[in-house]
Write a protein that binds this ligand. Sequence first.
Ligand code: KG4
Ligand code: ZN
Length: 338
Amino acid sequence: MMNILGIETSCDETSAAIVTDGITIRSNIVASQIPLHQRWGGVVPELASRQHIERLLPVIIEALEQAGLELTEIDGIAVTNRPGLLGSLLVGVCGVKSLAWVLGVPLVGVHHLDGHIASAWLAEPDIEFPFVCLLVSGGHTELVLVQNRRERFSLGRTRDDAAGECFDKCARAMGLPYPGGPAIGTSANFGLPDRIAFPRPLRDEGLEFSFSGLKTSLIRFLAEDQGKTPVEDIAASLQAAIVEVLVEKAFRAVKTVGVNTLCVAGGVAANQELKRQLIGRGKQAGVRCVTPAPILCTDNAAMIAAAGAVRLMAGERDAIQLDTMAGEPIPHLETVEL
Ligand code: KG4
Ligand code: ZN
């Protein structure tokens, strides 16, 4: 049995989790910084780093308590070391380096997106490989071919804004609070999705995304509309445009690479309408759709522990010099014929 401590501090959530044997979540504590950043309408990197410093040890202690474990019962540590806000990443990485050294346990650095991908097998332990992962977060929007627990290739990513970023920027323009995704999702429940015909960028073309034009089109609409259209209808119409593009592309990717399983991951995967449409389309197309619980979609350390477990359980470790990186893309799969 291997008890792995996972740590996530790449953006605005300080999280610690204990996952046993890479699959059983014993605890998954997330201290969200949403109230701290809300008044600025987005994440302020310096404030984020400072709050990670204050919260790192408390979340680790809480994760251990909830799992009913002592610190000495930890067999390995997995920490997000890339990509993300450098200052925030450094808090987590430096913090656990000393912990790993004192405890004498192996430490591995985890790519944040590998964490999101690992939520697939936390949600469904016997998930069938290979599968396509629709990775939709605040910082990334990408279709990934997941060959097995170690190998993954990008099939296409966004050329500009991520889907979550589009939700966040549009919400801000509409006067809705940060983070915009949940605010627009809630408002959209009471609106008409056909009210405004927002563009569906690149919907019928390849596996890349582009969301910045959609944001521009919403801003233009707001300026012309002068507050006449109910915010709920705008939210529902915008959500419909984003979801339609994501669903269309995800199923094009599944068809292109010829797999039977699709998983959705990342913060935007918490969107109810996206889940509903993916599951519905999956039933029609005979594709198994894995939709992790919301706590596993937004940033959390259980997914980091699960991703790190793949290397830790194989006896691998990173050196104490383990570095942080602001950006590192998933390698692109060049051979796919579209
Ligand atoms: O994965 P995540 O927690 O952080 C990053 O790695 O970026 O994703 C955060 C993003 C934000 O843009 C947020 O607005 C979006 O996920 N999000 C949602 C929902 N919950 C979070 N978007 C749409 N609907 C939601 N329910
Ligand atoms: Zn994330």
